[in-house]
Design a protein around this ligand. Structure first.
Ligand SMILES: O=C(O)CCC(=O)C(=O)O
Length: 285
């Protein structure tokens, strides 16, 4: 389907207002098969950035890996050849889109572990309003087990985020703010769910939730005993994004890779590591 047909003006307006939209049937069965092969390859060949976010007493796991397009050809293919970059560009209403990284969240059947509510962009090695993530389940997922997003929260201030290192026990994800940091503590969404408008959807393979990097989101998990969940996720960067190395720590921390690629805080994103994969076509005069 043509991107302009899929991403209607109504969806562009809803993305700007709510911070997230669910696109139905955005990707056909070929992409789902390609990415499923990719995830299988990725589990067999994890990168040194992979970790288990959770492993419960019954051995059920939540596996995570990121920036694996560097060694998984199926992910690279999707990033470079699918319509995802154009979808991101149209929803963010920007002139150009760079690919940031991919991430996978693979939960074994029956996993209960839910990702705590958080915002993404305050953890990243970049800063900007024009960022988005595309959360794409490769298997059917019930609303109760899908990603949850707090409507309109992309326009809230950035809060102090929780320390991922204390959630998954991995020091690479440690994020610790100075006592003098003036950001407010993260609101207790889970403890006060009725006070927020929480968006989530029953989803089929091919559907994708695209959300602004500042959206408060979390969830997944809560799986029925016979259901697993394989999610392929990509992150995209628009015009106002600049590199930012954060003193409190980053997750995933790209500062070493960015420095090696010649990028420093304040730079426009680019290089072969963060390729520009879409540009708006000039309007004919
Ligand atoms: O699927 C999940 O558990 C979490 C997803 C998430 O936090 C994200 O896509 O940024």
């Amino acid at each position: 389907m043509d991107v302009a047909e899929l991403v209607t003006n109504e969806l562009v307006a809803a993305y700007s207002r709510d911070g997230a939209v669910c696109l139905r049937g955005a990707f056909g069965p070929e992409w789902i098969a390609t990415l499923t092969t990719g995830i299988e390859r990725n589990i067999a060949e994890p990168s040194d950035r992979s970790r288990f976010w959770d492993r419960d007493a019954d051995g059920r796991t939540t596996f995570y890996d990121s920036q694996s397009w560097l060694h998984i050809p199926e992910y690279r293919d999707f990033a470079f050849r699918s319509d995802m970059a154009g979808i991101a560009g149209r929803l963010m209403e920007v002139e150009a889109v760079n690919f940031f990284f991919d991430a996978v969240f693979v939960r074994s059947a029956g996993t209960r572990f839910r990702t705590p509510f958080h915002q993404d962009e305050p953890y990243w090695s970049v800063e900007g309003f024009e960022t988005c993530s595309a959360w794409m389940p490769l298997v059917p997922v019930a609303k109760v087990s899908a990603l949850e997003l707090v409507r309109g929260s992309h326009r809230w201030p950035a809060f102090r985020q929780i320390d991922w290192g204390s959630v998954n026990g991995d020091t690479r994800d440690q994020v610790v703010y100075d006592d003098g940091d003036d950001r407010s503590p993260f609101p207790d969404i889970e403890g006060d769910r009725d006070s927020y408008e929480i968006l989530s959807w029953d989803m089929e393979p091919g559907d994708v939730v695209v959300f602004n990097g500042r959206m408060v989101h979390g969830g997944s998990g809560n799986l029925a005993p016979d259901r697993d969940l394989k999610v392929f996720n990509t992150q995209w960067l628009g015009d106002d994004v600049r590199v930012l190395f954060r003193p409190e720590g980053m997750s995933p921390d790209h500062s070493a890779a960015m420095t090696a690629a010649g990028l420093s805080s304040g730079d426009r994103i680019g290089t072969d590591l963060y390729p520009q994969l879409w540009r708006r076509e000039p309007t004919p005069v």
